[in-house]
Design a protein around this ligand. Structure first.
Ligand code: MG
Length: 410
């Protein structure tokens, strides 16, 4: 049985994880864990966690292949029968049960994150408390949300669909910026790793002078359109070399971007440190880093100004709070990456509510007209670029299962 193996492994490596704490007849127990996928602008992996109390928790894992199998084949046997209120212990149990299979980062961590969100939701519902309260209480009543905008096809969609030949125009960026501001957002973000028609060797990570000027004109168009009304950031999706990123940052620093995101590939902290020391544009990174250990070297080196862990990817709600606290000791702000459904978004809201150094949460689904229909509530969740922190138990939301079913993917 995998369950026995995982427990023996955890006990051997980390001590007594196989000893279930004292139970009373009132101690709740996990009875089932499953996943389903909603066909959003990404495949949103919703996690359901049932207990013998009749209370069900909802979580979400970052879109990734294999998440369903890891949760149902590996994590479910380890967790069924456990007390869902022991979130911290179960997080460690999940990590150690997959310790030889890469639970330090990557897809195993993503699967664990999805379950962790559901554990917090069910714990809050059983204890009749919102998750932020269980994390120490709320520092703020509402969460700032920044809008991901596209002046042309999203580069993520383009990459997924294998078409990125469109040339991106400053006019389209200005129009998209204006639309987002009219929707109430005062923080917006655009992809800047977009085709200019002047690329020579994109795989060499080098930007030609005309490419840099094309990007400068995109930034200029956004700034001229909304600079009195909104802050704007730009995402480079790990595509460039330090020298190219430096020249690009120098070209756009006069427009005062809020940050430049992921200018370099994600693995080399030393390269990012050298870039951070050389430029006057704040740097954001972190959606490809896992857990507090994945952020420690960046923060120690001074390579980053904003940390952007993805809550249902980096380890979950508690791990994101730990990353935020670590970042706060370097006076860096938390800006969670988020491409998820309302479930992942609410997870970010509760962490953001509970930590002092929260700055803004990403919203990446403005084009999904039924995003709010997934929730049982009268008003849209995001209003004027803000989410009021919900006071209901758990994540504080109820999903509309009929709408979910309508958009369910096989
Ligand atoms: Mg990004």
């Amino acid at each position: 049985m995998y369950e026995d193996f995982a427990r023996k492994l955890a006990a051997t490596m980390w001590g007594d994880y196989d000893e279930t704490p004292d139970r009373t007849t009132d101690t709740p127990a996990i009875t089932q864990i499953d996943t389903l996928v909603v066909d959003g602008n990404f495949p949103w992996s919703i996690v359901t966690l049932e207990t013998d109390t009749g209370v069900r928790g909802i979580g979400e894992a970052y879109p990734a292949p294999g998440v369903h199998e890891i949760i149902t084949d590996y994590l479910r046997p380890v967790l069924v029968g456990e007390n869902p209120l022991d979130v911290e212990r179960l997080y460690h149990l999940m990590r150690e049960s997959l310790s030889g299979r890469g639970s330090q980062q990557g897809i195993a961590t993503i699967a664990i994150s999805g379950v962790e969100l559901a554990l917090w939701d069910v714990t809050g519902k059983i204890l009749n408390q919102p998750v932020y309260q269980l994390l120490g209480g709320k520092m703020r009543e509402e969460i700032c949300v920044y809008a991901d905008c596209h002046g042309g096809e999203s580069m993520v969609d383009a990459a997924l669909e294998g078409q990125s030949s469109e040339t991106y125009q400053p006019e389209a960026y200005a129009v998209a910026a204006r639309e987002a501001v009219e929707d109430g957002y005062d923080m917006i973000k655009f992809d800047l790793d977009v085709p200019s028609g002047r690329e020579i060797q994109t795989k060499a990570r080098h930007l030609t002078a005309p490419e840099i000027d094309h990007k400068r004109r995109l930034v200029e168009a956004v700034a001229e359109e909304v600079e009195d009304e909104a802050e704007y950031a730009f995402d480079l999706h790990w595509n460039f070399s330090p020298e190219s990123a430096k020249r690009l940052c120098e070209a756009i620093e006069a427009y005062n971007p809020m940050w430049i995101e992921d200018p370099l590939p994600p693995e080399n902290t030393e390269a990012m440190t050298r870039l951070a020391e050389a430029v006057d544009v704040p740097i954001l990174t972190g959606e490809n880093r896992y857990g507090r250990h994945g952020f420690r070297d960046l923060l120690e080196a001074g390579a980053v100004d904003f940390v952007a862990p993805d809550v249902p990817k980096t380890g979950g709600i508690a791990e994101t709070k730990k990353i935020a606290d670590l970042a706060d000791s370097y006076y860096c702000a938390l800006t969670p990456h988020n491409i998820g459904s309302p479930v992942a978004t609410l997870a970010g809201v509760h962490v953001g509510a509970a930590v002092s150094n929260f700055f803004a949460l990403e919203f990446h689904a403005r084009e999904i007209s039924w995003w709010d229909d997934l929730l049982v509530r009268e008003e849209p969740l995001i209003q004027d670029g803000r989410i009021e922190v919900p006071d209901g138990p758990g994540l504080g939301i109820e999903l509309d299962w009929d709408v979910l079913e309508e958009h369910r993917k096989d």
